[in-house]
Design a protein around this ligand. Structure first.
Ligand code: SAM
Length: 308
């Protein structure tokens, strides 16, 4: 355990558990702690699950009747944490996030902590059988440090699941105002990498992990006029992106001192770009990694495609 890391989750006092404390210092995450952001996270989580074929976590089947320890990093609303705790009642599931979760229905085997992902994680070495990390690209400032921490807290026989969306870059050509806004708000200086999903396999290897599975799940933005799952997902993704990009304009606009009245052209640019007839637009990268190179991905790890 590195210096400064605190004891394992199991030994944490009630004062550290859900909602009882809150990290006080500023974090680079570009969205305010509002109901709207939690709703966006919940919706995006549903859409991501759809893109992955509606599965929770493909490799848990063989673990269902075992007392496993599961970690959910940057757990957001806590929906996945509680869902997996319900599916695996013998497991002990810990979700942490910089903000207190807003879980309405508490499940006895799910626990929530407030912790900063960019600090040493508050868990002992070799604690977890499964570490789940989904859509943390707007939370993690140093992927090398982050993945080394995940590796540290993972049991020698455990698996890390990294799930990151990769969207089209905000290019100067397509989105000139947004491009300038990223610069004016000093977003680059935060260390966050919106496109971290692109390099997640390499980052895992650099951190000394063995990558036993990597799959890309394409998704479209908007509909192509077909009565298909892809169109339904595309339609949900469009709604997610419209909402998120507008929220990003507001947050970065605040940082760049652009008044609410002056933001209209930015909204219009984003809306125009997103409403262009669309196509395969992004992917979700799904990577399973472990410490031990002799561990193979179980065949059950194969992620079901939509409708499969
Ligand atoms: C896009 S959400 C993903 C939530 C969840 N993993 C999911 O897939 O539904 C990113 C989450 O990271 C959290 N976050 C941002 N900065 C963080 C930090 N420094 N430490 C821990 N969590 C952080 C946010 O509060 C938010 O809940």
């Amino acid at each position: 355990m590195p210096p400064g890391a605190s004891p394992s989750a199991a030994s944490l006092s009630a004062a550290s558990v859900s909602g009882a404390s809150h990290a006080s210092r500023d974090v680079p995450y570009p969205f305010a702690d509002t109901d709207a952001d939690f709703e966006r996270i919940e919706f995006f989580s549903v859409v991501t699950s759809q893109i992955l074929g509606g599965r929770f976590l493909p490799s848990v089947d063989h673990l269902e009747n075992r007392k496993v320890e599961i970690l959910d990093c940057c757990c957001g609303s806590g929906a996945w944490t509680t869902d997996i705790a319900c599916v695996m009642p013998l497991a002990h599931v810990v979700g942490f996030d910089i903000r207190a979760t807003r879980v309405e229905h508490h499940v006895p085997n799910a626990e929530f902590l407030v912790a900063d992902v960019n600090e040493p994680l508050p868990f002992d070495d070799d604690t977890f059988d499964i570490v789940h990390s989904r859509t943390v690209c707007l939370a993690v400032t140093n992927w090398d440090d982050y993945l080394r921490e995940l590796k540290r807290v993972l049991k020698p026989t455990g698996y890390i699941h990294l799930i990151e969306p990769v969207i089209q870059p905000i290019s100067q050509q397509d989105l000139p105002l947004m491009y300038d806004l990223l610069i004016a708000s000093r977003f680059g200086g935060t260390g966050l990498n919106i496109y971290a999903g692109t390099g997640v396999v390499d980052a895992a290897r650099v951190a000394g992990l063995h990558v036993c599975q990597a799959q890309s799940f394409p998704f479209q933005l908007g509909t192509l006029g077909a009565d298909s799952d892809a169109d339904r997902i595309g339609s949900m993704m469009l709604s997610c992106m419209q909402d998120s990009m507008r929220a990003l304009v507001d947050e970065l606009g605040e940082r760049a001192a652009i008044s609410p009245e002056a933001r209209r052209p930015y909204y219009e640019e984003v809306d125009r770009y997103l409403s262009e007839p669309n196509r395969e637009w992004g992917i979700v990268e799904y990577v399973v990694a472990c410490k031990d190179s002799s561990l193979q991905a179980d065949p059950s790890v194969a992620v079901a495609r939509n409708g499969a």
